[in-house]
Design a protein around this ligand. Structure first.
Ligand code: AMP
Length: 251
C-alpha cells in the first residue's frame, strides 16, 4: 500500500511538488471514474488510490481548495469556475479544460491517476483523450458506477467532507472515529454546499443531460467498464478490483 500523497500539484499549485511524490510505477494505472453525484466515486478513488498508488484527481476538490485561496492567487480559470460551483451548476467546458490543462503534469505523472468529476461532457472527454495523446499517455479504462436514485439521495444527504485533506465520510455507513472530525488529519468535517437538497436536484439533472451520454462515447472507444455501486464501500472496491483484474493483470 502506498502512502497518501498531499496532491499539492493538483489541489494547490500546478508547479508544486507533491509530498510524498507518488511512487514511480512500471505499470501506472490511469483511469476515469464515472457515475452520478453521490454514487461513491470519491470514496472508491481513495481506496483505489491506496491500492494502485495512483493519485485521486478530482476537479471538484481542486475547485473547493481554490475557494480557500486569496483571489489574486487563483488562475482566471479557477476564479471563473468558482462562480458555478455553489449553485450546483456545471462550469463551462472551456473553463474546466483550461483548469485541467494547467494541471496536465498530473496526467503524465508516473504514479498514474484516477480522474473523478472530469470529464463530465463529451466535449471534455474528447479534449482529455487529445491531451493524453499529446502527452504520450494511454487511458486504461473508464469505470462507470451505477446506483438507484433513492440510494444516491440518501448517500449525498449523509456525506461529510474534510475541509483540509478532502477525505470523505458518511454519517451512517462510514462515520469518522470522532464525531465531526477527520480521521486522517483531525480537521473539521462539513457538509458541502452542493449536497443540500436544492443543489442535489440541479446536479442530478445536469448529470442526466450532460454526463450520462459519456458512457456511450467511452463504450465506443472500448474503454467502458460497468460496476454496480450497491453495497458497502469495501464491497464496491472489491468488485472494482475484480473488474480491473479481468481487464488487465494488477501486479
Ligand atoms: P464534484 O465534486 O465533482 O461534484 O464537483 C463539484 C462542482 O464543481 C460541480 O457541481 C461543478 O460546479 C464543478 N465541476 C467540477 N468538475 C467539473 C467538470 N468537469 N465540468 C464542469 N463543472 C465541474
Amino acid at each position: 500500500m502506498s502512502p497518501r500523497t498531499d496532491r499539492a500539484a493538483w489541489l494547490h499549485d500546478p508547479a508544486a511538488t507533491c509530498n510524498p511524490a507518488p511512487d514511480s510505477r512500471t505499470r501506472p494505472w490511469r483511469l476515469v471514474l464515472l457515475g452520478p453525484p453521490g454514487v461513491g466515486k470519491g470514496t472508491q478513488a481513495e481506496l483505489l488510490g491506496e491500492h494502485l498508488g495512483a493519485c485521486h484527481l478530482s476537479t471538484g476538490d481542486a475547485l473547493r481548495a481554490a475557494k480557500c485561496l486569496p483571489a489574486d492567487q487563483r488562475s482566471a480559470a479557477l476564479s471563473d469556475a468558482l462562480q458555478y460551483i455553489s449553485r450546483g451548476k456545471l462550469a463551462p467546458d472551456s473553463t474546466v479544460l483550461a483548469m485541467v490543462r494547467e494541471r496536465s503534469r498530473c496526467l503524465s505523472c508516473q504514479g498514474g491517476f484516477l480522474l473523478d468529476g472530469f470529464p463530465r461532457t463529451v466535449t471534455q472527454a474528447e479534449a482529455l483523450l487529445g491531451m493524453l495523446r499529446d502527452l504520450g499517455v494511454t487511458l486504461d479504462g473508464v469505470i462507470d458506477y451505477h446506483l438507484r436514485l433513492d440510494e444516491i439521495v440518501t448517500r449525498l444527504a449523509g456525506r461529510r467532507t474534510c475541509a483540509s485533506c478532502k477525505a470523505v465520510y458518511h454519517v451512517a455507513s462510514r462515520p469518522p472515529r470522532v464525531d465531526g472530525q477527520c480521521d486522517q488529519c483531525g480537521a473539521a468535517l462539513s457538509q458541502r454546499d452542493d449536497d443540500r437538497p436544492e443543489a442535489i436536484t440541479v446536479r442530478m439533472e445536469a448529470y442526466a443531460r450532460s454526463t450520462a451520454p459519456l458512457t456511450g462515447y467511452f463504450r465506443d472507444q472500448g474503454l467502458l467498464l460497468t460496476v454496480s455501486a450497491d453495497g458497502s464501500p469495501d464491497t464496491i472496491f472489491q468488485r472494482t478490483l475484480q473488474t480491473l483484474t479481468s481487464r488487465q493483470d494488477l501486479t
